[in-house]
Write a protein that binds this ligand. Structure first.
Ligand code: F6P
Length: 342
């Protein structure tokens, strides 16, 4: 059995741990051979691969990023993309393809399996934690840890200058990173994409925080939107899957707060810091287990399936089910955090 592996979409901490788990178990227990396709779907599109043996995966468990490289290449957006992938997989004698990715990469895998019979097994990853069918994706815990540490640090500087600090976090159209890091970091306002926010209400919370002689910290998800109007964007550009590139709401909100309250406000955009560096222990644990279970799915011929976390169990679910809808923050969960606002 010769297994291809690829990592697609935005990178996230834990990708290397999955690759190591897959290769260690596959080679040791099942005598499989592995190859790694470079840069997500670009690899099988162009037949760009590297051998993946046990020495190649030694020492990579704590390393961020992905030794295979990643990209947002969309083969479905290219006229002969599917044919080229099929031809290259046949030429490279690939019996199964493990695709490690988020909504977009796995969406392509689901289509390749369902419509073209390509034997894919999926592994969910994304710092956004927005994939349904799995309780958590790896990368999320690390991102929340980084954002929480940043919020802790911003509290002290905000207090020293008695100014508002707005922290913009990633998460695309889901508020998981904002909600978890905001709660963990003791933010005074948390704004998520799932609930439009009222700028006047935010300003009222800011003023009440100052009245209590403390400086407010506002955590805003990059996809959060004001009640009146659309998403606030730095530029409206799209990626190759047609997603608009988010970011800009933090800067905009700080401007509005200054204008409406007269208080000085600054913005910190955490950006890709949230995706870089070494994975947390939880993400290493989850990613390693995903790798071990994904190779078992290959052994069982369970194609078109994705590994997922349910409680502490790793289960298998159809890839298509996991990509059918986004997992967003439940209003009741968001309401819980409201007690700390203002
Ligand atoms: O999906 C992960 C993510 O980091 C989002 O939170 C963010 O909106 C997007 O990717 C950024 O994409 P890029 O790295 O292509 O700028």
């Amino acid at each position: 059995m010769r297994v291809g592996v690829l990592t697609g979409g935005g990178d996230c901490p834990g990708l290397n741990a999955v690759i190591r788990g897959l290769v260690r178990k596959g080679v040791q227990e099942y005598a499989y051979e592995f190859v790694g396709y470079r840069d997500g779907w670009r690899g099988p599109l162009e037949g760009d691969l590297i051998p993946l043996d046990i020495p190649a995966v030694r020492g990579i468990l704590p390393r961020g990023g992905t030794i295979l490289g990643s990209s947002r290449t969309n083969p479905l957006g290219q006229p002969d993309g599917i044919r080229r992938i099929k031809d290259n997989l046949a030429k490279d004698e690939i019996d199964a393809l493990v695709t490690i990715g988020g909504e977009d990469t796995l969406g392509v895998a689901a289509k390749l399996y369902e419509e073209y019979g390509i034997k894919c097994v999926g592994v969910p990853k994304t710092i956004d934690n927005d994939l349904s069918a799995t309780d958590y994706t790896f990368g999320f815990d690390t991102a929340v840890g980084i954002a929480t540490e940043a919020i802790d640090r911003l509290h002290t500087t905000a207090e020293s200058h008695m100014r508002v600090l707005v922290v913009e976090v990633m998460g695309r159209h889901a508020g998981w990173i904002a909600l978890h890091s905001g709660l963990a970091g003791g933010a005074n306002v948390i704004l998520i994409p799932e609930q439009r926010f009222d700028v006047e209400q935010v300003c009222a919370w800011v003023s009440s925080r100052f009245r209590a002689s403390y400086a407010p910290i506002i955590v805003v998800a990059e996809g959060a939107m004001p009640q009146d109007g659309d998403a606030v964007l730095k530029d409206g550009s799209l990626d190759s899957f047609g997603h608009v590139r988010l970011s800009g709401v933090g800067e905009w909100l700080a401007g509005e707060i200054e204008r409406r309250t007269g208080k000085e406000a600054r913005t910190t955009v955490l950006g890709h810091v949230q995706r870089g560096g070494t994975p947390s222990a939880f993400d290493r644990w989850l990613a390693t287990r995903f790798g071990l279970h994904a190779v078992d799915a290959v052994r069982d011929g369970d194609f078109g399936m994705m590994v997922a976390l349910r409680g502490t169990d790793i289960v298998r679910v159809p890839i298509a089910e996991a990509t059918a809808r986004l997992k967003t923050v439940d209003p009741a969960l968001y309401e819980e955090a409201g007690v700390f606002f203002g």
